[in-house]
Design a protein around this ligand. Structure first.
Ligand SMILES: Nc1ncnc2c1ncn2[C@@H]1O[C@H](COP(=O)(O)OP(=O)(O)O)[C@@H](O)[C@H]1O
Ligand SMILES: [Mg+2]
Length: 316
């Protein structure tokens, strides 16, 4: 139905228990041998933003994430792949409505010049860090951002209670009562995002981490402008449906909820507020056409016409 398919494929991996939490990291934390610093991280080391690259965490279609040390802090560094290696998230549907339209930059992007491609890359890199700052201000639980430098996003490493990188929802199974609670939390985050003018655009069990404090939303370079993008409603609906289907595996009653319709309808009417309490219910209001009143207006107009014609005949 929609032509923007999610970046990650949904091949099921064997889920593991939410409790005890075990991660399915591709590189175990025992991997402590010093690694050669990846080329893209060298400028950050030279600038003193990173002291040491500890190990790669995950390499996806869009980015490679490394665990790094910055002074006493362990953080993560997301290195975006070049445009040519990336897949769907650059699709025009996502960029529509982003700021910069009509500017010299936007014209260059549209022309696809070398300068334009460079600008587009920079916009792409900045979109995620901007969204992280905006959402953390709005009360959405996201990794704390520390800036984006030369196409590398530095952010908080989300960990579980053992200090390991937190698993994705796709890596865990969730007890039914917790599924209901966490689903409500994610719906709350989607609502706060919409109030802040953003739709995630790629929300799924692959882009939500979980630890003992609940879910954390990640991976936002494609976040779309809710007011300026014609696909915002369909993307919001897909985001909400993905999350409802995920939690609905563990708590099937969630599958009847209608959060996307409810949120969008309030948003469109300018009535969605961070404090709005959502019910998950939605009644589409199809106002029945008031046929009687339309008919009497037509009759009235016809009567006036006849009277006018009669007056004109009398005057002749
Ligand atoms: N802040 C973070 N803390 C812990 N793990 C993270 C963090 N950010 C990303 N990851 C891990 O790296 C993976 C890839 O990051 P993501 O932002 O989703 O990029 P991609 O666009 O490649 O999917 C995630 O699925 C997650 O496992
Ligand atoms: Mg991802």
């Amino acid at each position: 139905m929609d032509n923007f398919s999610p970046a990650e494929s949904k091949t099921p991996e064997s889920p593991i228990d939410y409790f005890p939490q075990v991660t399915t990291l591709s590189v175990p934390s025992l991997y402590l041998a010093p690694m050669k610093t990846p080329k893209r991280l060298l400028p950050l080391i030279e600038d003193g933003l990173i002291d040491e690259v500890l190990h790669p965490l995950m390499s996806g279609k869009e980015a490679t994430v490394y665990v790094v040390r910055c002074g006493q802090e362990i953080r993560c560094a997301k290195v975006y792949k070049d445009a040519a290696q990336r897949s769907f998230k650059q699709a025009v549907q996502y960029r529509e409505g982003r700021k910069g339209r009509n500017s010299r930059r936007q014209r260059a992007i549209e022309k696809g010049s070398k300068f334009g491609r460079g600008q587009q890359e920079a916009e792409w890199h900045n979109a995620e860090v901007d969204a992280l700052y905006k959402l953390s201000d709005a009360g959405v639980r996201v990794p704390e951002p520390f800036g984006c430098f030369d196409g590398v996003l530095l952010m908080e490493l989300i960990t579980d209670q053992n200090g390991e990188a937190a698993p994705r929802l796709n890596d865990v199974t969730v007890p039914a009562d917790l599924a209901v609670e966490d689903h409500a939390t994610v719906m709350e985050y989607v609502k706060l995002m919409l109030c802040a003018g953003l739709v995630h655009g790629d929300l799924s069990e692959f882009n939500v981490l979980v630890n003992e404090d609940g879910p954390i939303i990640i991976d936002l370079p494609q976040a779309v402008d809710a007011a300026g993008n014609n696909h915002a409603k369909s993307m919001l609906t897909r985001d909400v449906n993905n999350m409802t289907q995920y939690y609905g595996q563990f708590a099937p009653e969630l599958l009847n909820s209608r959060y996307a319709d409810e949120m969008w309808s309030l948003y469109e009417q300018g009535e969605l507020l961070p404090s709005t309490v959502l019910s998950g219910e939605f009644q589409s209001i199809d106002k029945e056409a008031d046929v009687d009143s339309v008919m009497s207006q037509i009759k009235e107009a016809y009567k006036e016409k006849l009277e006018r014609e009669a007056r004109m005949r009398e005057e002749d």
